[in-house]
Write a protein that binds this ligand. Structure first.
Ligand SMILES: Nc1nc2c(c(=O)[nH]1)N[C@H]1C(S)=C(S)[C@@H](COP(=O)(O)OP(=O)(O)OC[C@H]3O[C@@H](n4cnc5c(=O)[nH]c(N)nc54)[C@H](O)[C@@H]3O)O[C@H]1N2
Ligand SMILES: Nc1nc2c(c(=O)[nH]1)N[C@H]1C(S)=C(S)[C@@H](COP(=O)(O)OP(=O)(O)OC[C@H]3O[C@@H](n4cnc5c(=O)[nH]c(N)nc54)[C@H](O)[C@@H]3O)O[C@H]1N2
Ligand SMILES: [Mo]
Length: 665
């Protein structure tokens, strides 16, 4: 980031829109902070853990371990996942949602909570913008002459102004959450009244045929969420790779706000951090470069606002010169072609570049397109500084400078070394401590009070005591007014005026996935099944198929399907099958599982590499013999806010691999 900004580019290309932007943007426009990115589930103290599109048994073992401990002490667990994966088998409620319909489920749960009074009305009045009045004529928040918000005082039966800088003029407990009120010539309703109405339209009986989750389970789950508070939640890539990703996570945030557990013990808490200096060069990018971020015109609230370019927009810039032609790429590790949908368009985009550098441990399909490949040393060959380990107060207090386990091989250098040397040769040495990596680390560490020497002497790490403060939003800020949240209203914004101003729905809504049997009946006959995907326990993303000890655990790409779906197509367990989408076919072995919906199949991305030691094949990037799921998925229609690609709710069919198509073995 520091090199990019020092160089002057506002364009960071990666794949955060496939596992991060949806929830980040949704929470920035709701809480003003990243939830769960920064506000993490306090699983150790939770009464109920909610995992939504997240399988920590594969993805993050520390969360799985603490959840198992929480279950042992009597906490409840709710898992929302189309598959009965990981902890879903231990969950009190496992909701088998149809891929991409999670927003409908969240709205239905919220409806039950509101209707039954299973929500923290006091918190909602005081800390969310639910009491603010919305004009029925324009659908926008009512403002007084000075531009301040207005709410309705139930006791005085009249309007009352809310100025974020001064706080509420009256006790917020008096503010109306429902009803219609005439203010001057306009009829207005508290935002919460609109939330209630919106959720009522998605009552459990309505949501059942959309989501596949029985109405009675929705009712029971809502009860558990309320009765087992505090609720701690986490969402991840199950919700990200969708055309409706941001609104879906907004709907979950709305639900979560109703519990009142935000930043409360056992809820989602911002754990303190050991103080350190920022080193991402935030001040180095000339401000005028920001408006040149690729994608900022198309999605002004999206990743480009934060200097990230989505894969889709990157390819379009490289191939179609929109908004301008991208000519060069300096890439550290990212296997863009394998990671993004439409791998072949990705290859064409990289080919169209004038110049590309790639730093990696191994050659991968993306690296093959580079003009220069720089060999990077692995994490195990480098020193690694970590200031805090995210998941709990205890983990956050640890600072570690990990020792290398062995020297780098050949000409390989650490990424830091490569970056510092590149910077120096580009004339940016002044921003890079003149090439001295240790000096950079010392700068980063300075506020912690620790030195590199102390850390080198204690390779297991040193603890710097930190203390968690809860409900920081209630702490007094200027003039003794509670500081609230980092949103325009300083409240949790159930109604987002920012979204409304940019033409997006101000309240979370469900939109059918862009490619599904319901939204594309024209495709449904030929491709009747819904295709989603999930990570593998044995490999990280598109890596590691070359490592014999891992590949021996999972030799071939897999697709999970229901036995009825398989039998109807003459497929037996372990058979090689052809996975057909509107964009082509790839192969995988059938894994039968009775717990998946017969209309849903789950594939794996990332298969390209062979394993010489086991004599197992690699697979072409696309075309006959390919096992690359992303060759037959597309980057659009993407999420209008985050630009996320619909990799987890598209359509397909499955067929036995015919004799004319030889299997890899
Ligand atoms: N072992 C291992 N660990 C990893 C990784 C890895 O590749 N391997 N990758 C790392 C990275 S980069 C990331 S981003 C994280 C991701 O971590 P996770 O998000 O936990 O990873 P997944 O298993 O892909 O997805 C979680 C669950 O989402 C479900 N899912 C699929 N579609 C939907 C849907 O429409 N709705 C809902 N509610 N659920 C759905 C899947 O069935 C899956 O069980 O893992 C990290 N950790
Ligand atoms: N269909 C589908 N597509 C997906 C996903 C999905 O669930 N389904 N998941 C998406 C997600 S969440 C992500 S994060 C992306 C992952 O996208 P990828 O880019 O495939 O990520 P990785 O496989 O983790 O690593 C890529 C490269 O980093 C290299 N590498 C490892 N360590 C280092 C290092 O220390 N330095 C350097 N320079 N290189 C290193 C590896 O050798 C590898 O070549 O894929 C996305 N694509
Ligand atoms: Mo990811």
């Amino acid at each position: 980031m520091r090199l990019r900004r020092g160089f002057g580019s506002p364009n960071m290309a990666a794949y955060m829109e496939l596992c991060g932007w949806g929830r980040y943007l949704a929470s920035i426009y709701t809480y003003g902070d990243a939830v769960p990115g920064a506000y993490l589930p306090d699983i150790d103290n939770a009464g109920c853990v909610l995992f939504w599109g997240y399988n920590p048994s594969v993805a993050r073992l520390s969360h799985a371990t603490s959840t198992t401990a929480a279950l042992r002490r009597g906490a409840k667990l709710v898992v929302v996942d189309p598959r009965r994966a990981g902890l879903a088998s231990k969950a009190h409620h496992w909701l088998r949602v149809r891929p991409g319909t999670d927003a409908a489920l969240a709205l239905a749960l919220t409806h039950v909570m509101i209707q039954r009074g299973w929500f923290d009305a006091d918190f909602v009045r005081r800390w969310t913008n639910a009491p603010l009045l919305v004009r029925t004529d324009t659908g926008r928040l009512l403002r007084d002459d000075e531009g301040h918000y207005v709410a309705w005082d139930e006791t005085a039966a009249g309007p009352v102004v809310y100025d974020p800088a001064r706080g509420h003029a009256i006790d917020a407990g008096r503010l109306a959450l429902s009803g219609a009120y005439d203010v001057g010539t306009v009829t207005c309703r508290p935002a919460f009244d609109l939330v209630t109405e919106q959720c009522r339209r998605m009552a459990p009986e309505v949501a059942e045929p959309i989501t596949g989750v029985p109405a009675a389970d929705i009712e029971r789950t809502a009860r558990t969420l309320w009765e087992s508070r505090p609720v701690a939640f986490y969402t991840w890539s199950g919700l990200e790779q969708h055309s409706n990703a941001t609104q879906t996570v907004r709907a979950i945030h709305q639900l979560y706000a109703l519990t009142g557990d935000f930043d409360a013990p056992g809820g989602n808490v911002l754990f303190p951090a050991v103080p350190s200096n920022r080193i991402d060069g935030a001040d180095l990018l000339p401000p005028e470069q920001l408006s040149k971020a690729i994608g900022v015109a198309k999605r002004p609230l999206g990743p480009a606002r934060f200097e990230f370019v989505t894969g889709e927009d990157f390819y379009t810039a490289a191939l179609d010169a929109r908004p301008y032609r991208v000519r060069g790429l300096v890439n550290f590790g990212a296997d863009l072609m394998m990671a993004h949908g439409d791998s072949m368009r990705g290859r064409d985009a990289l080919v169209a570049l004038d110049f590309m550098v790639h730093a990696d441990l191994f050659m991968n399909p993306t690296a093959e397109q580079a003009d220069i490949v720089l060999p990077a040393a692995s994490a195990f060959e480098n020193e690694g500084l970590a200031i805090g380990f995210e998941v709990s107060e205890v983990a956050q207090s640890l600072v570690q400078l990990r020792r290398p386990l062995s020297p780098p091989r050949g000409e390989a250098r650490s990424d830091l070394r490569i970056i510092f040397d590149l910077a120096t040769r580009l004339g940016l040495g002044e921003h890079f401590w003149h090439g001295d990596v240790d000096a950079g680390l010392r700068h980063q560490l300075a506020p912690s009070g620790l030195t590199l020497e102390q850390l080198r002497a204690e390779p297991a790490g040193i603890r710097v005591p930190v203390t968690t403060r809860h409900r920081k939003y209630a702490e007094p800020g200027e003039n003794g007014v509670p500081q609230g949240f980092r949103t325009p209203s300083r409240k949790i914004e159930l109604y987002s005026e920012v979204l409304a101003e940019h033409g997006y729905p101000p309240l979370p809504e469900f939109a059918e996935p862009g490619i599904s049997p319901r939204s594309r009946p024209d495709l449904a006959e030929r491709f009747p099944l819904i295709l989603t995907c999930a990570k593998s326990l044995w490999f990280c993303e598109t890596q590691h198929r070359n490592v014999a000890s891992l590949r021996s655990r999972l030799r071939d790409p897999q697709v999970e399907l229901h036995p009825d779906t398989a039998h109807a197509r003459g497929i037996a367990a372990g058979d090689w099958v052809r996975l057909d989408t509107p964009h082509g076919s790839v192969r995988a072995r059938a894994k039968l599982t009775g717990s998946i919906d017969p209309g849903v199949v789950c594939g794996q991305h990332g298969w390209w590499q062979g394993c010489d030691e086991l004599g197992l094949p690699g697979y072409p990037l696309s075309g006959p013999g390919s096992a690359n799921l992303n060759a037959v998925l597309r980057q659009g229609p993407s999420d209008p806010i985050s630009g996320s690609s619909p990799l987890r709710a598209s359509v397909c069919d499955v067929a036995p691999l015919s004799d004319a198509e030889p299997t890899p073995d």
